[in-house]
Design a protein around this ligand. Sequence first.
Ligand SMILES: Nc1nc2c(c(=O)[nH]1)N[C@H]1C(S)=C(S)[C@@H](COP(=O)(O)O)O[C@H]1N2
Ligand SMILES: [Mo]
Length: 431
Amino acid sequence: MSDSSSPLTRRAALSLLGATGVALALGRAAQAQEMPTSAPGQGTAPSFSGPGPLDTWNGLGPLIALPQKVPLIRLVDRPLLYETPRAYFQSPLTPASAFFVRSNLAIFPTDIDLNTWRLKIEGNVRTPQAFSLAQLTGEFEAVSVNAVMQCTGNSRSRFQPRRPGGQWGNGAMGCATWTGVRLRDLLQKAGVKSGSVQVQFQGLDQGPGAPGSGGAEYKKSLNLSDAVLDECIVAYAMNGQPLPLVNGFPVRLVVPGYFATYWMKTLSFIRILTKPDDNFWMVTAYQQPDNLKGTTTPEAVKAKKVKFRPVGSMPVRSFIVTPDDTVKAPAGLPLNIQGLALSGRGAVTKVEVSTDGGKTWKAARLGENLGKYAFRPWTFAWTPPKPGRYTLAVRATDASGAVQTDQPIWNPSGYLWNTIERQTLTVGQSG
Ligand SMILES: Nc1nc2c(c(=O)[nH]1)N[C@H]1C(S)=C(S)[C@@H](COP(=O)(O)O)O[C@H]1N2
Ligand SMILES: [Mo]
């Protein structure tokens, strides 16, 4: 297995974060002093992620370190919602220590005894199984995939009208090299019997869930006919290291291309079902309008005209990582705009950047290809011609032909946001 793990070491990552904090403070002061009256690219297309006086790329919250983690942006504590700061997206693989954290139930295991922990396969199988971690690592072929995991509600804070739930900025996502055992190999060992329709996954966390929801156990299922099962990995390593406990130690399900809701942490039960799963987390939560973009209107929902279906694959998205809108760039000097793109519906094939708020677009240069499920880094070299405020924008296209638009997404749960990201940039006199 390649250890392409954290290009940022833990220490480097921390100092990077510190440096960003300083840049933020300085940048804001500079911006407040000089707001030029002429603003190229301003007032064109509507924007939902800026431009604004604050850097709204991330959600707002204090930086708090959970065990085994660097300080992350805490949105909520029980259950856990911790967002990854923008600075960590400067590389296409996210350090495990900086990976976002989200749990739907309030009681998460604080330690796991590997002497007694087992991954069970039960339900409609010929031979029920109970694998120890040593069996998983020793008796099955190890496979790896680079894949983005993104919360279904990533960027929910952009929704207008606003939706309840964690007000994520863009940091409820990350990409890692996941290593483990093919789900198919484990299922084969157990022998799926005829008459089976779904495979259900459950971890070790507990808690009442939302009041009256009946969602006290977090259980998610995939159809046995879903081709994604061929790609699923029961992962015991993340960037070549054991998973942090809050990210699912000792094993978690990896569902490449799908939203994180299926990526079960502390995976301990795999059940073969003979009837479709009708638990709260499958039929009530994690529903999107029954169209690819997952979008509708508040009026249509009120009129009960909307058909819903469980969420699945992630639509194409792209992000500007640097510069952020606290940077003051000198006119006439080359500037590297860079960021990441992702899609769960086919490889990212094109990234385009606009420096005039979305009026004109030019192709960015795609960086290292870590596989179709991974973040695709991109860079765009640009020399700002003259001082002023510019609006940068980025849009990506994937192999399915889907391209990001300015059309805002709306649905009752705040899912599947993939609208074009915008970012202001102040350009000053050089010299
Ligand atoms: N056991 C368990 N697995 C889970 C969840 C959970 O609540 N419990 N939440 C899911 C959701 S909604 C997300 S966004 C991701 C978060 O994974 P992370 O905490 O490693 O970032 O885990 C998924 N897997
Ligand atoms: Mo999530």
